[in-house]
Design a protein around this ligand. Structure first.
Ligand code: NAP
Length: 308
């Protein structure tokens, strides 16, 4: 049996989760356990984590009872949740079990961008979970990370767009594109998180980790330098975005979450380290100040890979 403290990462086989699990395994500070749905035991990302030393536990959190959850949490020092954004409500029973099992620190499924309540539905759901965590009086750390590099460069080639509508939407530039927003490489999210959860200073704190703060004009520069020198932006105003949001709300379109993010980042300028530190946005500690030795991946480095 390992003498290292035990950490459980729910959603550890996912994009954010695997970044975190990989970084935890590299640091060797924890014994890392990853509950995965039984149907996911043999999926490639799970197999990869098992090979690297994670202990994979087949576990269906959706149908689990509070006893099941408490059993799986027995002996855990820290629990991180990085599940898919459509299942955030599962965290309420997880928090109850964390409390009953005496887990010392819980990190809920945030890993998003800072902002005020009432702007983005998804962010409001995450803030509700934070309120529940605080009311439960368990140890916690809330972590936001800005936007992934991997999701937000401009597409210069229609065929390569992750989903077809992103070819246009990624080139919407609001009010001249001079508002700054924080971005982070997916790989760095794990490195920051592994550091944060091993740090006593971050217990019962909100931490903001980020790679670079850039504008839409900077993103355009990379698109022209490494993608297509003639790529055209699609200029949009605040009123244009408000109309898109109203339409998505009326038609109940999934794209609403994307426009909400644009509104928060590019109109309100909420996604910066300066904003995250404001008491009304959570009073974050800045992970770049806590860990000045962490070398973040530059966005330009990722842009070169993206446009290849
Ligand atoms: N900052 C950003 O730019 C950014 C971008 C994307 C996401 N995020 C945030 O990061 C967090 C994690 O998102 P992610 O994209 O990394 O997650 P993800 O990869 O989509 O999913 C994580 C895990 O959730 C489980 N899962 C998937 N579908 C499920 C379902 N229908 N029911 C139950 N479990 C399911 C899977 O685990 P098993 O198959 O192992 O059970 C999966 O590996 C979310 O809070 C999200 O909002 C932030």
């Amino acid at each position: 049996m390992s003498s290292l403290p035990t950490i459980l990462v729910f959603g550890g086989s996912g994009l954010t989760g695997a970044s975190i699990v990989n970084a935890l395994l590299e640091r060797k500070d924890f014994q890392v356990k990853v509950p995965v749905r039984p149907s996911s035991v043999d999926k490639p990302s799970t197999v990869e984590l098992r090979k690297k030393g994670a202990i994979i536990i087949p576990f269906d959190i959706i149908n689990s009872s509070s006893e099941d959850l408490q059993n799986i949490l027995k002996g855990a020092d820290t629990v991180i949740c990085a599940i898919v954004f459509t299942q955030l409500g599962l965290q309420y029973k997880l928090v109850d079990a964390v409390k009953s099992a005496g887990v010392k620190r819980f990190v809920p499924c945030d890993f998003g961008t800072p902002g005020r309540r009432g702007v983005r539905k998804l962010h409001d759901e995450k803030l509700d979970v934070r309120d529940y965590v605080k009311a439960s009086e368990i140890g916690y750390t809330f972590i936001d990370v800005g936007f992934w590099y991997q999701l937000h460069l401009m597409y210069t080639n229609k065929e390569k767009a992750y989903v077809p509508w992103l070819y246009e939407a990624s080139r919407y530039v609001y009010n001249g594109g001079t508002v700054k927003t924080a971005y982070t490489d997916l790989g760095d999210i794990g490195r920051f998180t592994a550091r944060i959860v091993a740090d006593p200073r971050t217990l019962n704190q909100y931490v903001f980790a980020w790679g670079e703060e850039i504008t839409q004009q900077d993103i355009l520069t990379y698109a022209r330098k490494y993608g297509d020198p003639n790529v055209e932006i699609i200029p949009k105003s605040t009123a244009d975005l408000e109309a898109l949001i109203a339409e998505a709300k009326e038609k109940k379109q999934g794209i609403l979450a994307y426009w909400d993010y644009h509104y928060s980042m590019w109109i309100l300028g909420e996604n910066t380290s300066e904003m995250a530190k404001l008491p009304e946005l959570g009073g974050a500690l800045d992970a770049r100040e806590l860990y000045p030795d962490i070398k973040v991946r530059p966005l330009e480095d990722y842009a070169i890979e993206f446009y290849q």
